[in-house]
Ligand binder design. Structure first.
Ligand code: SF4
Length: 402
């Protein structure tokens, strides 16, 4: 059974002396304060990074476009070690998609099915609990719950679902419903977002995942997800969620038709909201998988873009504690390397992931805790199991089978 210390501080909180130590490591390596970079433009970024100064939009474009991948990775790794030392966080979780039926028709999506379509599924509350029960052991600390925008499922369905899940698995944290899903539920019920969120929290919602942000630039959204909540609206709903005391994650879908400038713009908009609310725990760059989508002609992301985007994110998002290398989308091997390019989190065991698999993801349907820990150790880092809110988790044997 996991033991979750109620008052343990978030793991991101480190002592000043630890930060100075890490800061000193780069200074020592770099002799006169700065190691040589293949791209001399990175020297100005390095001065700012060492001084703890915020990078500008223009700095971000340099980081996103430089050919000095190892240079930008070194800078991001410096920031990552200053924040977290060698720790790499992971959790023991299970995904649950109550439905793939969706009123929207995003070009980027291989997951959704129209109402009445042959590929559609929709769980009753009892079926959803049964599906979760196949894999939720006492070692599982989180259910990650997202799905399509089903025309017949309203707030009441999710209230009943959350209550039933918690009645069956009272130790599990429910991380559920993206800003897009919350927007849909509010519009469908003709209720303010605030009221919908309050009701969901009362039913057991613990926090929200970060999906649906895609790329905020409207030029891109018009092509990849024109039926979906706008970027401005996504940010507005996240602001409301945070104001009500609910933590969330945030994401960026990259590697399709967006430009480097649009990636940086996306990160700056998230950073601005985080300045105002402090509600984001973790940023997750999501590599686009084109298979079986209407964007199938787009070339898949490359290892270079994956690593550079992780590094860019760590450098620009100076106020978001964690950057995740989501192994399901990156693949386990690239995710492991990303732990030296700015990432400090690998997500979790992720049983029954369906969204990336529908788009041709080959990372597999789940990973045992021991495999995750092995990946982290082999990268020269220290594995730290966390709960959804980044508190350390300890297990009393023998429940920790994961
Ligand atoms: S991306 Fe989300 S909103 Fe768009 S079609 Fe797929 S499930 Fe629906």
């Amino acid at each position: 059974m996991p033991v979750l210390p109620e008052k343990a501080p978030p793991i991101a909180a480190r002592t000043l002396s630890q930060r100075r130590l890490r800061c000193g490591r780069l200074t020592a390596v770099s002799g006169n304060g700065l190691a040589p970079f293949l791209d001399r433009r990175l020297e100005r970024l390095a001065e700012k990074v060492v001084a703890g100064e915020r990078l500008s939009f223009a700095d971000g474009v340099v980081a996103a476009t430089t050919n000095d991948l190892l240079g930008v990775g070194r800078l991001a790794n410096f920031v990552r070690e200053r924040l977290h030392g060698d720790a790499v966080y992971f959790n023991v979780n299970r995904h649950l998609n109550p439905t793939n039926v969706c009123v929207a028709s995003c070009a980027l999506c291989a997951f959704a099915e129209k109402y009445g379509g042959v590929r559609g599924w929709t769980y009753s509350v009892a079926e959803a609990v049964d599906a979760a029960a196949r894999d939720v052991t006492p070692a599982v600390t989180e259910l990650h719950i997202v799905g399509g925008l089903h025309p017949k499922l309203g707030v009441e369905y999710y209230e009943a679902l959350f209550a039933a899940l918690l009645a069956r698995f009272p130790w599990v944290h429910l991380k559920a419903l993206t800003m897009v899903e919350i927007d849909f539920l509010a519009q469908r019920a003709k209720l303010p977002v605030e009221e919908v969120v309050r009701r969901l929290v009362a039913a057991g919602l613990g926090s929200c995942p970060g999906g649906g942000a895609e790329i905020f630039a409207e030029r891109v959204r018009a092509v990849i997800c024109d039926h979906k909540t706008s970027g401005e609206r996504w940010l507005e709903i996240a602001r409301t969620v945070h104001r009500l005391g609910v933590k969330s994650n945030c994401t960026m879908l990259y590697g399709h038709i967006e430009t480097a400038e649009e990636r940086v713009d996306h990160l700056v908009r998230l950073r601005e909201l985080q300045d105002a609310t402090g509600g984001f725990q973790c940023f997750i760059p999501l590599a686009f998988h084109p298979a079986h989508t209407r964007l199938e002609h787009v070339a898949p992301s490359t290892g270079r873009l994956d690593l550079q985007t992780i590094a860019l994110s760590r450098l620009m998002l100076d106020n978001i504690p964690h950057v995740k290398a989501y192994w399901i989308m990156l693949g386990a091997k690239a995710a492991q390397i990303a732990l030296h390019f700015g990432a400090d989190d690998l997500d979790g065991t992720v049983v029954d992931e369906r969204i990336t698999q529908a788009a041709g993801g080959e990372a597999g349907a789940g990973m045992a805790r021991a495999e995750l820990e092995h990946l982290i150790r082999e990268a020269g880092r220290v594995a730290v199991e966390r709960d959804t809110l980044y508190h350390p988790v300890t297990h009393s044997a023998p429940a920790a089978a994961g």
